[in-house]
Design a binder for this molecule. Structure first.
Ligand code: UDP
Length: 335
């Protein structure tokens, strides 16, 4: 396949590029380096099946030649980043998704949207199944990311229902691994860097809020499986208005076009993750409590039954093992 990945120089995007190249596909990587980094893809530059375009996906998108799939991964994704770039985050989720969908439609290719567990907001249901509609504050500082991704999901489903585009939506839960930026602001990278540098681990609030962490290799396997799963008959048919409205029934069967949670269901408190990082690094750093960010979700854990049933996927890498590899990565980049 020839696959375009927006945000291909980011943390997840670069792992995806690498996996797909390794499987024999050709990859066109697009990134404007707002949060992506040239070094994430440096090892792929010059590969005969890899090409790179420095580009903002919100601008008119023209790509030469055929495409079999468009994967839309461009967006700031760490809370620190989307709070720093609120408008770019809204634009890439809204305008960027529209451009990427338009390109997929023009090329008659499959489209996969990188969505997020943030569409569930501060969830009142735990674990979160895909059928949960969420609890999002649209005007909170986090709303820029949550609402952009919710709009992106709505736009993706409209292109599927109205244009018959072959779409997929993955809701990505907290992920960690190599190529996270040391100053990315997310909890795993912060704690590892702080532990290795002997600085206090910054626990926000009391640290009793929970998250569930998936190792990047597991996550990429789930996403590739979702991209590759065969389509049903709803693809390739443009619906007229009457038919479109009559199709909107509540008892529609689930399909690969509906969102799929990909994440690791092992749930820990932030304090648990701090203790684990301290013990795995052997660091003697202390814990320093800092104010809890506004609307920080209190719990988060994926219900992955749909991913298991649809893709036969579940995470394999235990947290301790993934953290050890990530710690080794940060040891190297911090010297
Ligand atoms: N967090 C923390 N210390 C940090 C960074 C994050 O205690 O230095 C907390 C944060 O408040 C949240 C959790 O860790 O409850 C996960 O934060 P992260 O930024 O990794 O992503 P989120 O899951 O909030 O999108």
């Amino acid at each position: 396949m020839r696959i375009l990945i927006t945000g291909g120089a980011g943390f997840l995007g670069s792992h995806l590029c690498e996996r797909l190249i390794g499987q024999g596909h050709a990859v066109v990587c697009l990134d404007n380096f707002i949060t992506g980094r040239p070094e994430n893809i440096a090892h792929l530059m010059g590969h005969e099946r890899f090409s790179f375009l420095k580009y903002n996906v919100c601008d008119y998108l023209h790509v030469d030649g055929p495409l079999d799939a468009v994967m839309h991964f461009a967006s700031p994704a760490s809370p620190q980043d989307y709070l720093e770039y609120p408008i770019a985050t809204l634009k890439v989720g809204a305008l960027g998704t529209h451009k990427a969908l338009g390109l997929a439609k023009a090329k008659q290719s499959r489209f996969l949207l990188a969505s997020t567990s943030e569409v569930y907001g501060d969830p009142l249901v735990n674990p979160q199944p895909e059928s949960y509609w969420g609890n999002v504050n649209p005007i909170s500082p986090r709303g820029v990311y949550d609402e952009a991704k919710r709009f992106a999901e709505a736009m993706t489903m409209a292109y599927h229902r109205y244009h018959g585009l072959d779409t997929r939506i993955v809701r990505i839960f907290n992920t960690y691994g190599s190529r996270m930026r040391p100053n990315d602001g997310r909890v795993v990278s912060n704690f590892i860097v702080q532990a290795l540098q002997g600085k206090p681990l910054t626990v926000f609030g009391e640290g009793l809020q929970t998250r569930s962490f998936c190792y990047v290799d597991d996550l990429v396997s789930g996403i590739v499986a979702l991209l590759m799963v065969e389509s049903d008959k709803s693809v390739g048919q443009r619906t007229d208005r009457t038919e479109f409205l009559s199709k909107q029934t509540a008892d529609r069967p689930e399909s690969m076009h509906d969102p799929v949670n990909i994440g690791n269901p092992r749930e820990l408190t932030v304090m648990d993750i701090a203790s684990l990082v301290l013990s795995l690094t052997g660091s003697r750093s202390v814990i320093q409590h800092e104010p809890l960010p506004v609307d920080d979700p209190k719990v988060r854990r994926p219900d992955i039954r749909r991913a298991k049933a649809l893709l036969g996927w579940e995470p394999r890498v235990p947290l301790e093992e993934g953290l050890k590899k990530t710690i080794e990565y940060f040891r190297k980049v911090l010297v």
